[in-house]
Ligand binder design. Sequence first.
Ligand code: M6R
Length: 621
Amino acid sequence: MCGIVGYIGKQAAASVLLDGLRRLEYRGYDSAGISIRNGEGFQTLKRTGRVQDLYQEAMRAPDAGTIGISHTRWATHGGVTNQNAHPHLSHDGRLSLVHNGVIENYGLIKRELIGKGVEFESETDSETLVNLIALLYAAELQDPVNEGKPREALMKALRAALAQVEGTYGIALLCADMPDLLFGARKGSPLVIGVGNGENFLASDVTAFAGRTQNVVYLDDGQLAVLSQEDFSVTTLDEVAISPVVDTISWDIEDAELGSYTHFMQKEIFEQPMALENAMRGRFSQDGSTAQFGGLNIEPRELRQVDRILFLGCGTAWHACLVAEYLIEKFARIPVEVEYSSEFRYRNAPLEKNTLVFTLSQSGETIDTLEAQREAQRKGYRVLGITNVVGSTIARENDGGIYQHSGPEIGVASTKAFTAQCHIAAMLGLYFGRMRDMSYSDGCTMVSALRKAPGLIAQALSQAEKIEAIAKKYARFEDFLFLGRQLMFPIALEGALKLKEISYIHAEGYPAAEMKHGPIALISPECPTVAIALKGEIYKKSLANIQEIKARRGPVIAITDAGKEFPQDLADEVIHLPETHEVNHAVLVSVPMQLLSYYIAVERACDVDKPRNLAKSVTVE
Ligand code: M6R
């Protein structure tokens, strides 16, 4: 939540910052602001609304300054107002700060600062932080030891202030006294340095400087950074110098741009065949009978000792955890449990000794999942992660894991990251299964089935026009049900979540047979049901569930792989999918669900990529 971009270099900072901010807007979009070091102070512009609005205003009289900071906000403390937008200037006008995170003890600090005569303009915790730093900085400047050394004085003040605050922060800070330095620090909120040629960047994530540099340093919690045009240094809060590792970003600017698509969500839905190819690349054994993963950091012998697996995640990632539960239990016969990260971290659940923990997170920054991971590690469990964002905090802190390689996912509604997670879950089912009772030939069958997934998804995508027409017909309804059984239950939950988050339609997912135990009361001509009916053991039962809905005059959109076998008049609309091995069902059925939600949201003129109240990565509790 909240995006930060800082720049120091030779170019006009305003356009670099606004360009970066545009790419970070998915992190928060209720207000935005920019501060450029100018003359003796700062030129600061901030306002509610989108980055585009700020851009237009800033470009009316662009500032030529070459150092600046900027922010796109997702409000936590204080309403959505111009005053509460970042950057925040200190009371003496010396410092300008952007902040991502929450300062939990800001009330107490603010009262103390008010007692010392500091006046506040906003309701934010961030303004408290910048004023605290400013007051400490002013005191340090009085100290003869710091005479003529404003950098040392500010670093001391910064360290002292950060030691006082409780909570989380990723900050970028400018000081009027030092026109050639940019300061940053992080604890709990991501911050990276983009290392350029004669220019450097500070940002919440690498998309901010995509196209300008591929070189990145991921800061750890408790680290401070000082950037100049040509150089940067990193130290810890207790002044230990760090030798930073410069990594290379593996994707390029086109991956983070819309190209010919109207929305990122649309682009990402259509990127799914490639995302699945990437998730599989190099991950099958040469004999084609099992999966292999390079980064687990755990010997197969140890994995064979695992008696239970616990999956942790939030939102869509939690749905992927449920898919993993089903597939691993079915193909590997290992008991699997799934918990919401946010519940696990406070629940103190008793875990069996040989439990292996997996955290799932597209962003790798979701605070609940990060803290759940830390809690499991504190308890001595080995935690493996499935994450998309390379170098994210969850990926760096876990004991090993699997990168999804889905490419940047910018639409707030997760699509390609979800199906990649489901596909990796299927590969894990195969991997663990082959370590146990799955035969060589069953392993080979599964590998060749998994390899077909991209082509199957492409077939599902080819029905986009038909699904768009269905979406237009049903976009006016305010309530939807999504039904699926067994493996299709989490897919029904995910279908419902997609629809609610981008079109604000009330939607619920249920295992179809549960209908009779309550939800059937909702069925009426005004409540359409999206029903998944795939061939197999419970196909007939799924048809019976659809009958029950039709009997109550509920409109039905069916998704099936039964072809002509599917009774013609049973549903109002039928979306046909190709028949395939069960390991591909989760990814395949997700596609028409995503398209349906997408086109309904477009029809309702909703802001698909930036739905109200949401942000892409949830880094506050
Ligand atoms: O980055 P993560 O996978 O940890 O994010 C978890 C959820 O916040 C995320 O999946 C959220 O539910 C999305 N908006 C779903 O589309």
